[in-house]
Design a protein around this ligand. Structure first.
Ligand code: ADP
Length: 163
């Protein structure tokens, strides 16, 4: 039996990591042996937080779960997941519209990575309207994002604002 049996990868930008992301990780951690939150790094895309800060903040937010780890990757998620020996990808679905894009991605990743499955986890109603895009917009316009992100992310964003 391969050592990586039961590893699932939750890929995303996580810029920033929200309570919606955390909810998906917590639920996936109960369903699977090991969960890796994999931050897709795209150097040409200017985001809010650099990848190393995202990694540090996610690590803090998930530290209460011993079967969850955090990593960064570049390029195709299908390639990365194959290299890691993952059994599946995890993606969250917030609303029906998400499925249109996600189904295409799941199909492509399955084709590219020899039948790699994507497992969809439905967003919990209390978090379904939270997205990194909305958090970034609220933050950039000076709003309080503490209701949408883990405490460590909120603190980091406030520090950044003060700098
Ligand atoms: P990407 O750019 O790859 O979509 P995101 O960081 O925006 O990366 O999202 C990563 C994953 O988390 C996606 O599967 C997305 O659907 C899911 N997700 C984002 N926000 C929520 C939420 N509030 N509830 C559940 N899943 C979510």
């Amino acid at each position: 039996m391969p050592e990586s049996r039961g590893l699932v990868i939750f890929p995303g930008s996580f810029d920033p990591f929200t309570l919606g992301h955390l909810d998906i990780v917590e639920r996936a951690a109960k369903l699977f042996e090991r969960v890796e939150v994999a931050i897709g790094v795209n150097e040409s895309k200017k985001g809010l937080l650099p990848a190393d800060a995202r990694k540090r903040l996610i690590s803090t937010a998930v530290r209460h779960m011993e079967n969850v780890s955090v990593a960064t990757f570049e390029g195709l998620v299908s390639k990365y997941a194959s290299a890691r020996g993952a059994v599946a990808l995890i993606r969250g679905l917030r609303q029906p519209g998400d499925f249109e894009y996600e189904a295409r991605m799941a199909h492509a990743n399955g084709r590219l990575a020899g039948g790699l499955d994507t497992v969809f986890v439905a967003a919990s109603p209390e978090f379904a309207l939270i997205s990194s895009t909305v958090v970034r917009d609220i933050y950039r316009w000076g709003g309080d994002v503490s209701a949408f992100v883990p405490p460590a992310v909120h603190e980091e964003l406030e520090k950044l604002r003060a700098a």
